[in-house]
Design a binder for this molecule. Structure first.
Ligand SMILES: Nc1ncnc2c1ncn2[C@@H]1O[C@H](COP(=O)(O)OP(=O)(O)O)[C@@H](O)[C@H]1O
Ligand SMILES: Nc1ccn([C@@H]2O[C@H](COP(=O)(O)OP(=O)(O)O)[C@@H](O)[C@H]2O)c(=O)n1
Length: 418
């Protein structure tokens, strides 16, 4: 921990922090001299003590696992007078510089229990703690970075004042998407599961099922048509009808052989969970390569789903926080087979809710969240539309099933000459 802390310090004063209060981010940074700037919003009207906790470790698995546990750990052990807000720290426009954590306001009588807990964390866990102190006059706040030793504050080379900062051009949650949420090569996703082998036995089982890279890239003779869309938009209904109408093979991602491991990975933090789904696409790609030598292939979800859900989860806040159209995060990986056509089914939210209700099946937690969280749904749909190479063709799935089928058959005939 100490080495990681020290390696951050050279850039420490260039970092910007963001604290989310009721879903709105407030930014502050630090500087050596105070030039009469106003007090950053998160410190205003504040009688309590403030702390920040940032999870940082060069071990990405440890970092992801610890961050996933941190909130529960804090809520269980802190007094009810402590208020937690999500926060992050980043170097503006510097990829992979995002550190995630929590901002803590403590209005309890004594600082001792909170500080004891934070001190324990700095000694045992990959976490960087700062406390914030209000100056005598009340108008100026300073930041104190804790070391991982006993009760040592002030490891900073100098005193730093906290001052308000501008909102960055790109939302900070977009900085770490590549290879933390979305994987663009077999190797990157493979390495994540390989590192998890000791703590997640299912990861080893997945690795044993994986093909070689070359196998996953084999281009089939027949067309490959992927059907995408949110849950209950009619993918299963349509893909089964297409299979029958075209005499095609029907495949899905994640493939059936990964079904026994899926629930376990759905409980893991994004890094591990997304690597699992990414690798599922490579297994499906091999199956496509084999089946596509004999018949056309229909695929129920593929890389669009893996990337769109991952991006929508990683990016907090409104749709405008998503990386802009044309961003490299939407680029199809060069080592995943490119389908001949990708169709994305869309449905108005009310009709989709009705279909979900009628179906009455168990849903993944994420799909339940989609139902409740309109913003998340919009972000998934927008991300679907921005993915390029191949892009998806949007089809309105609200007409009766046979009409949707006819429309998609027309698209297939036009694009794939079937
Ligand atoms: N075009 C359609 N019109 C009306 N209901 C539909 C249509 N397509 C599918 N459904 C119904 O909506 C529900 C969800 O469809 P399903 O194919 O399982 O979606 P998905 O595979 O995308 O989750 C099912 O009960 C299905 O019978
Ligand atoms: N190729 C895929 C398929 C699913 N997924 C994930 O799996 C979830 C949806 O899968 P699902 O099996 O519930 O979808 P349906 O088959 O019910 O439409 C999404 O929330 C994605 O996070 C993925 O990442 N990549």
């Amino acid at each position: 921990m100490a080495r990681r802390t020290m390696s951050l310090i050279p850039h420490w004063s260039s970092r910007v922090s963001s604290v989310e209060l009721n879903g709105t981010p407030f930014y502050f940074s630090t500087q050596e001299k105070h030039r009469g700037e106003e007090v950053p919003r998160v410190f205003r009207e504040n009688d309590g003590r403030c702390y920040s906790l940032l999870v940082c470790s060069s071990d990405t698995i440890r970092r992801a696992k610890f961050y996933a546990e941190l909130k529960d750990k804090l809520l269980t052990n802190l007094s009810p007078e402590c208020h937690l807000s999500p926060m992050c720290s980043f170097l503006p426009n510097i990829k992979d510089s995002l550190l995630k954590g929590y901002f803590l306001k403590d209005t309890s009588e004594s600082s001792s229990p909170t500080e004891r807990l934070l001190r324990d964390l700095t000694q045992r866990d990959p976490v960087l703690v700062c406390s914030y102190l209000r100056g005598e006059t009340g108008g100026v706040w300073t930041q104190h970075l804790w070391s991982d030793g006993d009760n040592h504050t002030m490891q900073m080379p100098k005193d730093y004042y906290v001052v308000p900062a501008e909102a960055p051009e790109h939302h900070p949650s977009t900085l770490n998407i590549i290879n933390s949420d979305v994987f663009y090569s077999f190797e990157e996703a493979y390495q994540v599961l390989e590192k998890c082998g000791d703590i997640i036995p299912e990861a080893r089982a997945v690795l044993e099922l994986l093909p070689s890279r070359e196998e996953a890239r084999r281009k089939p003779d027949f067309p490959v048509i992927v059907i995408e869309g949110l849950d209950a938009t009619g993918k299963t209904t349509l893909t089964e009808s297409l299979r029958d109408a075209l005499g095609a093979s029907l495949l899905r991602s994640p493939p059936h052989c990964l079904s026994p491991m899926r629930a376990r990975f759905d409980r893991e933090p994004p890094l591990i969970r997304r690597a699992f789904y990414a690798l599922g696409n490579y297994i499906t790609a091999v199956q496509i390569g084999q089946e596509g030598m004999k018949t056309p292939v229909i695929v129920d979800r593929f890389w669009h789903s893996t990337a769109a859900y991952a991006i929508a989860t990683a990016v907090s806040g409104p749709v405008c926080n998503l990386p802009a159209e044309g961003s490299e995060v939407y680029c199809w990986p060069s080592d995943v087979l490119q389908p001949s056509l990708v169709v994305c089914l869309t449905l108005d939210p009310e009709e989709r809710r009705r279909r979900l209700r009628d179906r009455g099946q168990g849903k993944t937690e994420e799909e339940q969240e989609l139902e409740h969280n309109q913003l998340f749904r919009l972000k998934v749909e927008k991300a679907y539309q921005r993915i390029s190479g191949p892009a998806c063709v949007t089809v309105d799935a609200s007409p009766p099933a046979d009409l949707v089928l006819q429309q998609v058959l027309l698209l297939i005939r036009g694009k794939c000459h079937l």
